[in-house]
Design a protein. Structure first.
Length: 166
């Protein structure tokens, strides 16, 4: 399924990659999903670790843009704090996610982290993805907007991918 297939009123977890595609204007579908959440036509959710990932990845994308590069490594940013000081767009974007776009934020607890181990064992998922899956299961959210195929392995979760990303 693609993001544009989402019906009004849907409850959906929005993965970090969707926000990165919107931030970099790589996907009109991802921009459209965020707009639908902003209008409260769709009920989008993220977890606190996902917010941190959005911050990290949009910071990197902005740095790459400033430098005229395709990407910038974490190590490079650590070694060039002067570049990090210049970056502002990612912080404004994150502020919009948190304060203006009607995205629900789900706190992740120690129990969620421990229970996510079962998801990792059963489905072979990595840590952050298993946390997302655990939060979705705990909160009864059965749909995710993502470009990550790993979520297709989880029973009961419907994956909505951006149809305009190759």
């Amino acid at each position: 399924m693609v993001i544009e297939d989402l019906l009004a009123g849907a409850f959906i977890f929005v993965d970090a990659n969707v926000f990165v595609y919107a931030f970099t204007e790589t996907s009109k579908e991802c921009l459209g999903l965020i707009e639908r959440c902003r209008r409260e036509e769709i009920h989008g959710f993220v977890s606190t670790p996902t917010l941190a990932e959005i911050c990290h990845r949009t910071m990197g994308a902005e740095a790459a843009d400033v430098m005229g590069q395709k990407s910038v490594s974490h190590k490079y940013l650590e070694e060039h704090p002067d570049l990090v000081h210049q970056l502002r767009k990612y912080a404004s974007f994150l502020g919009n996610v948190i304060q203006r776009w009607h995205i629900g934020i789900i706190e992740v607890s120690e129990t969620d982290i421990l229970h996510a181990q079962q998801v990792r064992e059963r489905y072979g998922m990595l840590t952050n993805d298993s946390l997302i899956a655990q939060v979705m299961l705990d909160y009864g959210i059965s749909a995710i907007a993502t470009n990550d195929s790993a979520f297709e392995r989880i029973e009961g979760i419907r994956v909505f991918k951006p149809g305009d990303i190759a």
